[in-house]
Design a protein around this ligand. Structure first.
Ligand code: NAD
Length: 441
């Protein structure tokens, strides 16, 4: 079978590469000429563990190809996946201009039946708009070509995208035709041999499932951050509370870690978009509004601790930052809490020296030369007045405390991810702050 994947970003490139890996002929499309040129030359635009070698392997054996032409990709193609971006518009709603542009391109260039599958995260009702856009172009051409639309939201996690795609918990597919169901069944067969289900449903429910999943995860994070802040006030230890509640199987111990707020390309925009969809239908999602408000505040928690420690004056201080990406194992800086924290530090007159194992190049597109980029994690500490741990990369988990103490002008650590133990830090003579535990007592 031959498939086209339109949009060669985090989702499109991983999807295309994983389909190629199981033997499907894949043509990846993008409007970004430079990106496609680079991909043809084996240069991967994003950091995603395992992706580079898989792209190289499948390009070499001819299973994975790249083009800027959707017309070329549609040649003999039975299924086209649309994996373009759906960024938030000014009012928080999902901006569908890229999704609908792909739909129009399909209508302009398709010659035979094609199943157009939306993989992007899109609000309910989008499939209807995609169908109408394709039909409008076919009508303009005065041709009658059969096609189906389907919704197949993607649940992969950046940093673990390959294994999430190859071994998914579940695959959700919304559709309304038997032909589309047969195609999707055969396409996903290699990924479901070990019993993971493809859950077929109507299109609207599939579109809703993706937003409900991300909103539930964002809710867990904001709930724990809210409880963490209360723990600090009442003298409880959030790490103990987390263990205490996580052992209840109804709650579970995943995704209940306190921190400095969620970021990334999905949770912030998807929570906003779902709130917006509800409003469009005259309903108020009160829980999600609170989730978002808590998250906004949480991004300032580490900065507030710094200001409190320095009695409101950090002018001229040099602050070291470990970690910039919104989470480990990715270079994605979209909505990263680090950006909010750094801006606040700079506005208050501090200098920032940061280190991240992979995201510094990406971060420099936003931060430019407003901060200093360190050569390694210890270089970031030279003459710095304190350290802020922002992203929990593995290499930060067991640092050399002796070297840290020597390099920092004062041994002060603000840990935004609770990766260190307060007792260890005390033993190592650090003044230590974290989330959800009052370490000053
Ligand atoms: N990144 C994630 O972890 C993730 C996970 C699940 C779902 N999603 C969803 O998947 C979608 C894509 O996300 P992403 O992170 O891969 O985005 P991305 O920004 O990394 O990639 C989108 C790509 O689409 C290309 N593009 C835009 N318009 C195009 C057009 N008309 N024709 C061809 N290419 C076009 C862009 O040039 C870009 O390379 C979004 O809706 C997102 O919410 C993302």
């Amino acid at each position: 079978m031959k498939v086209a994947i339109v949009g060669s970003g985090y989702v499109g490139l991983v999807t295309g590469t994983c389909f190629a890996e199981v033997g499907i002929d894949v043509m990846c499309v993008d409007i970004d000429k430079k990106k496609i040129e680079n991909l043809k030359n084996g240069i991967i635009p994003i950091y995603e563990p395992g992706l580079e070698e898989m792209v190289h392997r499948n390009t070499k054996r001819g299973k994975l190809q790249f083009t800027t032409s959707i017309a070329e990709a549609l040649e003999d193609c039975e299924v086209l996946f649309s994996a373009v971006g759906t960024p938030p518009g000014d009012d928080g709603s999902a901006d569908l201009q890229y999704v609908l542009s792909v739909a129009r391109d399909c209508g302009k260039h398709m010659k035979d039946y094609v199943l157009v599958v939306t993989k992007s995260t899109v609000p309910v009702g989008t499939a209807r708009k995609v169908k109408a856009a394709i039909q409008e172009e076919l009508d303009k051409r005065g041709v009658s070509i059969p096609f189906d639309v389907a919704s197949n939201p993607e649940f992969l996690k950046e940093g673990a995208a390959i294994s999430d795609f190859l071994k998914p918990d579940r695959i959700v597919v919304g559709l309304d035709s038997e032909r589309a169901e047969d195609l999707m069944k055969s396409l996903y067969k290699p990924f479901t041999l070990n019993g993971h289900p493809v859950i077929f449903m109507d299109i609207v429910s599939a579109e809703m499932t993706k937003y409900a999943a991300n909103s539930m995860l964002a809710t867990k994070i904001s709930f724990m951050n809210d409880i963490a802040n209360l723990c600090e006030i009442v003298g409880a230890d959030i790490n103990m509370v987390r263990k205490g509640i996580g052992s209840d199987s109804r709650i579970g111990n995943k995704f209940i870690y306190p921190g400095i707020g969620y970021g990334g390309s999905c949770f912030p925009k998807d929570v906003k978009a779902l709130i917006h969809t509800a409003e469009d239908f005259g309903y108020e999602l009160k829980v999600l509004k609170a989730v978002e408000a808590v998250n906004q505040d949480q991004k300032s928690v580490l900065f507030n601790k710094v200001m409190k420690f320095y009695k409101g004056d950090i002018k001229g201080k040099t602050i070291a930052i470990w970690g910039l990406s919104f989470k480990p194992q990715t270079d994605d800086m979209r909505e990263a809490p680090a950006l909010v924290i750094i801006q606040k530090l700079l506005d208050a007159g501090a200098k920032v020296k940061a280190y991240d194992p992979v995201a510094m190049k990406e971060a420099s597109h936003t931060l430019g030369d407003t901060i200093v980029y360190a050569d390694d994690q210890y270089d970031a500490l030279i003459d710095a007045d304190c350290l802020l741990l922002v992203t929990e990369w593995s290499e930060f988990k067991f640092p050399n405390f002796k070297i840290m103490r020597k390099l920092l002008t004062q041994p002060v650590v603000f840990d935004g991810r609770n990766i260190y133990e307060a007792a260890d830090m005390k033993r190592n003579d650090f003044t230590y702050f974290c989330i959800g535990i009052d370490t000053t007592k």
